[in-house]
Design a protein around this ligand. Structure first.
Ligand code: GLU
Length: 376
């Protein structure tokens, strides 16, 4: 069963597995942790569990919480070093809090701290999947955050919206509920007169992206609408529904599901798991630019052949993920390269008959094979 409306998120049949992401500004207020609000949310999580849904929590707030304790300015986001230190202090308190509040409902919390590479490397991704699956089979509620204290700029998500979408993919969840300080996606800056909230989005198009107004409104998290839309893109491609809803009210899950206040991004298609993982990859090692003929062949489900490649960028090895783009610069596909960057540059524009001599060994059937490729 596929999710078609907001109320399906509270239906164990339509949504057996739900990821709930909680933004920093909901967890931490001016007076510190918003404990009562969180108790209310945990009550809703317990209710979801009682109706037979698996729930995974992606919780922000470590940096905000740690910054308050260490008295760091800019909410601990003044520098990477501050954020790392703040997260180390805040994460202990944060996981303790979740464990305590879930425990009050007889639920066991399980902490997982992930970095970007844990979900971008296929082997580590499958490992995360196995751990999550085992935890849920054992009845625990995973509480996940980025491992901010060790994640440097190059290896970090930096926002928990995309982390939540990737976690949902890894856990084979049906839906992601992003709770933050906005009611949903508006067609323009919600502060402007006449701004309308969209109730349903079918496909995150360029027009939808144009509606996002940038950074986090609270200044506490790092997400903002841009990262929420990126999360929605990852989710829709993986066949997962995503909802943006406000957590500023009591019982936010019920407000979104029963009153229907939020924006639902409908799942677009269900790629095979490996292809969805590849399509959602955030870091790619290189770019192959292709001509119009190759672009058409990709659209028809073909492999990428050397003859259609007109440009090679980046330092990638055989097996690394690369973007395939048109000569106008539009990303057409993600795929795993059969050759390293230097070989791709050597083979670019050649027919298979010429390749053995250029390589010194028998060429592979394609530069990116169609089984290792996902058209976006
Ligand atoms: N991982 C960060 C934290 O726990 C939050 C990232 C975000 O703002 O989305 O503070």
């Amino acid at each position: 069963m596929k999710i078609a409306r907001l109320s399906d998120l509270a239906d164990a049949k339509a949504c057996p597995r739900l990821v709930v992401k909680v933004g920093s500004s909901l967890l931490v207020g001016k007076q510190g942790v918003r404990r009562e609000w969180l108790q209310g949310l945990v009550t809703e999580i317990a209710a979801a569990r009682a109706r037979g849904q698996d729930v995974i929590v992606v919780s922000s707030g470590a940096i905000a919480l740690g910054a308050a304790t260490l008295k760091l300015d800019k909410g601990g986001r003044g520098s990477l070093a501050d954020a790392q230190a703040a997260a180390a202090v805040g994460q202990i308190a944060l996981s303790g809090l979740w464990a305590e509040l879930l425990g009050a409902h007889g639920l066991t919390a399980a902490q997982l701290l992930l970095t970007l590479e844990d979900l971008e490397d296929r082997r580590r991704y499958l490992n995360a999947t196995a751990t999550l699956t085992r935890l849920m089979d054992a009845g625990a509620v995973p509480v996940i955050n980025e491992n901010d204290s060790v994640a440097t700029q190059e290896i970090r998500f930096g926002d928990n919206d995309r982390l939540a979408a990737r976690v949902a993919q890894a856990a084979r969840a049906d839906a992601v509920l992003l709770l933050s300080d906005v009611d949903g996606l508006f067609d323009r800056n919600p502060a402007e007169a006449g701004a309308q909230m969209l109730h349903e989005v079918r496909g995150v198009t360029a027009e939808i992206h144009a509606m996002a107004t940038g950074g986090s409104s609270s200044g506490m998290g790092s997400g903002g609408m841009t990262s929420k839309l990126q999360a929605a893109e990852i989710a829709e491609r993986a066949g997962i529904a995503l909802v943006i809803a406000s957590g500023l009210h009591d019982a936010p899950v019920a407000r979104a599901c029963q009153q229907g206040i939020g924006t639902l991004f409908l799942p677009r298609r269900k790629d095979a798991a490996r292809k969805a993982w590849l399509g959602g990859r955030l870091r790619l090692k290189g770019v192959l630019t292709v001509d119009a003929g190759a672009a058409r062949a990709l659209g028809r489900g073909g492999s990428l052949l050397a003859a259609g490649i007109v440009g090679v960028e980046g330092e990638f090895q055989r097996g690394d993920a690369v973007a395939i783009q048109s000569d106008a610069g539009a990303t057409l596909a993600h795929g795993l390269a059969e050759y390293d960057a230097a070989e791709c540059a050597r083979l670019m524009g050649t027919q298979s008959g010429e390749q053995a001599e250029l390589l010194g060994y028998a060429p592979r059937s394609a530069v990116v094979h169609r089984d290792q490729l996902v058209v976006l």
